[in-house]
Design a protein around this ligand. Structure first.
Ligand code: COA
Length: 285
């Protein structure tokens, strides 16, 4: 669902004449990002392992009157990524923004994770982000600059059970964000990250939340008291791509309702409040 307040907050032509390449841009948060950028004037290159995952989003982008390419490539395959970047440049004429959103994840205890399972996730998340960033760097540099937004996660800051592979890979992406921001700033390339908390309305999150009923436990840790929407994550990406963020680089913007602050006190707030009320009553007597 699109947030109408935010729709009014950004000019519809915010990214007019610009092109964004979005990995994993056909589904979940990636779909939200693709549509948000297209709604604000950008043409879009989607990159994903499966064409079928991109087709409905590509159709929706066409419906918004924007040009779109659906490019089949695995972010782990550097040659395939070079070809995809080449085609995007050739057919859309330029690239201004890269959104490294493609990820792979599954719940597994660190003690039982196979070597291949560890490698698959680290390859997709960390090596994939590096591959696409390095492939697109000369295009952004020669085009006079641009921006990269990497999607990290709230649990980079905290750690998370059964997510050691994903958390470690995303932590690598956060450091890469900072290193590239320093190294490529002189080329006019800004590199930032967006760290979402648990998102309510994507297929992956729905699957997770329905399999293990996590919503209430998680919600109690979130100061704003609810899960994120894909659109809210997308709007943060839109902001970081926009001229409003022209002097912002190397940051990780949390879109987590305050969850990164640690939920311990939020979860205990009712108890603390009851204690406070009780002490107030005893003081009054
Ligand atoms: N539990 C434990 N190990 C798992 C697993 C799970 N649920 N899913 C995959 N693995 C292991 C596989 O067993 C394999 O290791 P092995 O050879 O030792 O058995 C290794 O990970 C690679 O799996 P495979 O499916 O062959 O790799 P892939 O490259 O095709 O895909 C993922 C890897 C992570 C993308 C895959 O697990 C996946 O499709 N996940 C769901 C989609 C997804 O992650 N979306 C992104 C949400 S953030």
């Amino acid at each position: 669902m699109t947030n109408p307040t935010v729709q009014r907050a950004f000019a519809p032509d915010l990214l007019a004449g610009q092109v964004a390449l979005i990995t994993g841009g056909g589904t979940g948060i990636g779909r939200g990002i693709s549509l948000a950028l297209a709604r604000h004037g950008a043409d879009i290159a989607l990159v994903s392992r499966k064409l079928a995952n991109m087709e409905p989003t590509a159709e929706a982008i066409r419906g918004l009157g924007r040009s779109v390419l659906a490019l089949e490539a695995d972010v782990r395959d550097r040659e395939a990524i070079d070809r995809a970047v080449g085609r995007a440049l050739e057919e859309l004429g330029r690239i201004d923004h890269l959104i490294n959103n493609a990820a792979g994840n599954f719940l597994a205890p660190a003690s039982e994770l196979s070597e291949n399972g560890w490698r698959a996730v680290v390859d997709i998340v960390l090596n994939g982000t590096f591959n696409v960033s390095q492939a697109i760097y000369p295009v952004l540099r020669d085009g006079g600059g641009g921006s990269i937004v990497n999607i990290t996660t709230r649990y980079v800051a905290t750690g998370a059970p059964f997510m050691a592979h994903s958390g470690a890979a995303k932590a690598g992406v956060l450091n890469l964000t900072r290193s590239l921001a320093v190294e490529w700033g002189g080329d006019g390339i800004r590199v930032n990250a967006v760290a979402p908390g648990l998102v309510a309305d994507t297929e992956g999150a729905r699957r997770l939340v329905e399999t293990i009923d996590l919503v209430e436990d998680y919600r109690l840790q979130v100061p704003l008291g609810r899960l994120a929407t894909a659109d809210e994550v997308a709007d943060a990406v839109l902001f970081l791509c926009s001229p409003a963020a022209a002097y912002i680089t190397g940051v990780e913007l949390a879109v987590d309702g305050g969850a990164a602050l640690g939920g311990h006190f939020k979860a205990a707030a009712e108890k603390i409040k009851a204690f406070y009320e009780e002490s107030k009553r005893s003081r009054a007597h």
